[in-house]
Design a protein around this ligand. Sequence first.
Ligand code: PLP
Length: 403
Amino acid sequence: MNRADFPILSEQVHHQKLVYLDNAATTQKPQVVLDAITDAYTHWNANIHRGVHHLSQVATAKHERAREQVAAFLGAKQAKEIIFTKGTTDSINMLAFAFGEAMVHEGDEIVVSACEHHSNIVPWQMLCQRKKAVLKVIPLIGDKQLDLAAYSALLSDKTKLVSIAQVSNVLGIIAPVKQMIDIAHHRHIPVLVDGAQSAAHLMVNVQELDCDFFACSAHKMYGPTGLGVLYGKAEWLEQLPPAEGGGEMIEHVRWENTTYNTLPYKFEAGTPNFIGSYVFGKALEYMESIGREKIVAYESELTRYLEEQLLGIDGIQVYAQGEEKAGVVSFNRVVPTLIHPFDLGTLLDQQGVAVRTGHHCAEPLIDYLGVPGTVRASIGLYTEKEDIDRLIAALKRAIMMLG
Ligand code: PLP
């Protein structure tokens, strides 16, 4: 789908046409996004918010327009609920600090799931260490789905926040976040959804989900690196202290005390990535121009095809087999013996096929699966059946070579 819009997909790797199946790590960029970067630096680059001069005002308007685009894309009620960050990791760290400072005390509990990325584990561990709080983990049933009964039982008056990935970057499974949010809200517990793997591959609407916070990364959504989003309901963000100090996040600075700016600026210290936000807006427009529902339906069918084709190879184990997945499939060749995923990945690369191998920044989950890692193929809107067929042929060759 729309492959021709992505110049990098015409590149050769090891003298073969590139098959790019590492979209969960980062996505490639369409020409409109590449053009937007050049346009910004060529025509209107100037620092925002502080300038009365023309270019500064143009840049400010474009940055704030991008905020509105993100709000519309995620279904936020107000643009001020969109905070620009450096990425999902930065968003979660920011929230862990701000929420942690204001709301978490000794003995309190934070709940995450067994299939989180390190970005949604370590900031909470650090908070728990700082505040003498406790991190609780929702278990998985086999390698399939989160155990919702165990989840409900974990929640208590001590639980201050639940933070869960909507889509696992290892298993590809889609957590029933709406249901989990309802369960948490029943106890007045706020929920952060890590949308790093869902924002570009599912129809996300933060108001419909009713999540309190949502984090995602532009580079996983056909946009630029170094930019992300922390969405927060205004009533929550108003209550939280800023996570960083500096320019722009202040109202007045005096030696005696400093007062803070309003939302969203309170959380955006320093010069924001205003070129990135503009470019991200172009990536969102690009996805909208194709049609988000069309992308979701297309990718869902392709993910099923990917899993079916993998299962057609002798000795392959697909994790979370048969579960509905959002563009990510992890597997290993396990019979007669495990082939190390790194060896498979290396031989696939030599055939021009880019996949990711290893622990995918989710070591606790990989330990739980009892393997040294997995091979992960992940798709984007430009992936075609032919890419998957190339993967399968290359995989068969690699397995034969590794014997
Ligand atoms: N959360 C999940 C589920 C992810 O898959 C990733 C990246 O792969 C992240 C968080 C971190 O994203 P970033 O590195 O863009 O901050």
